[in-house]
Design a protein around this ligand. Structure first.
Ligand SMILES: Nc1ncnc2c1ncn2[C@@H]1O[C@H](COP(=O)(O)OP(=O)(O)OP(=O)(O)O)[C@@H](O)[C@H]1O
Length: 239
């Protein structure tokens, strides 16, 4: 198993009160899984994605990555976990506007201190896969939304992460660009990449093996293998 969440509870402090967002949530992710997470606005999808990515601490429970307990790692060790294993595609891309496409994609590899030659060949390979070689010298600020999204995906996958986390990856794209992005995810899935996509879009989730809904602070399975989720105990299974 790649990632295992057991009994995760997450609260945010708003003023003097605590708001519980996730309660005793369980999830098992196997290598090569493609998972969609749906749910109403504000139900905690991004919170869950940030926990999976090691960006957000939680209050109770345990998260194991390849049997290693992530919650007990130091801040530096958690940063290392993210750098090495997690690719993130966020809603607003978080690209560096004043740098070109090549530099943005190369950044995660530079953080890993890989040799320049290797960085070049890895960036070129992903530029080719995402059909964005022709814009590699363009500054991010000059790109369209669809182009930015492809660059954001390229940057997330260039280091071949163990898991790719994507928050509404087709959120503001037109149909044609969405189709292209979905083909990329299909190809990545065929190559064995594991990913979790937060999405409102049924077309996007239909490309995933397992579809969960975040509902009442827990996950319930919409489509997939029921034995892979423990939190179904209290929830109806909709197939
Ligand atoms: N840092 C924070 N401090 C306090 N409250 C927060 C924080 N981050 C998120 N929340 C609250 O937690 C709840 C869940 O937020 P989250 O962004 O995870 O929802 P979501 O399901 O991703 O929503 P959307 O679909 O609208 O993007 C919301 O009520 C939000 O206001």
């Amino acid at each position: 198993m790649l990632l295992e969440l057991s009994g995760i509870t997450k609260r945010f402090k708003n003023g003097t009160k605590y708001q519980e967002i996730l309660e005793n949530l369980d999830l098992r992710i196997y290598e090569g899984d493609s998972i969609a997470i749906k749910g109403k606005s504000g139900c905690g999808k991004s919170t869950l994605l940030n926990i999976l990515g090691g960006l957000l601490p939680f209050d109770e429970g345990e998260m194991l990555f390849k049997s290693r307990n992530i919650s007990t790692l130091t801040v530096n060790e958690q940063a290392e976990y993210r750098r090495k294993n997690v690719g993130f595609v966020t809603q607003n891309f978080h690209l560096l506007d004043d740098r070109n496409v090549y530099d943005n994609i190369a950044l995660p590899l530079q953080y890993l201190r890989l040799p320049k030659k290797l960085v070049k060949s890895m960036v070129e390979s992903v530029l080719y896969d995402l059909e964005i070689e022709h814009i590699m010298k363009r500054h991010i600020s000059t790109l369209s939304g669809g182009e930015r999204q492809r660059v954001a995906i390229a940057r997330a996958i260039v280091k071949k992460p163990a898991i790719l986390l994507a928050d509404e990856p087709t959120g503001s794209l037109d149909e044609e660009t969405e189709e292209f992005i979905l083909k990329i995810f299909d190809k990545l899935h065929q190559k064995g990449m594991t990913f979790v996509i937060v999405t409102h879009d049924d077309t996007v989730s239909s490309h995933c093996q397992h579809i969960y809904e975040l509902h009442h602070k827990k996950l319930r399975l919409f489509r997939g293998v029921a034995s892979e989720i423990n939190s179904l105990k209290d929830e109806p299974l909709v197939l």
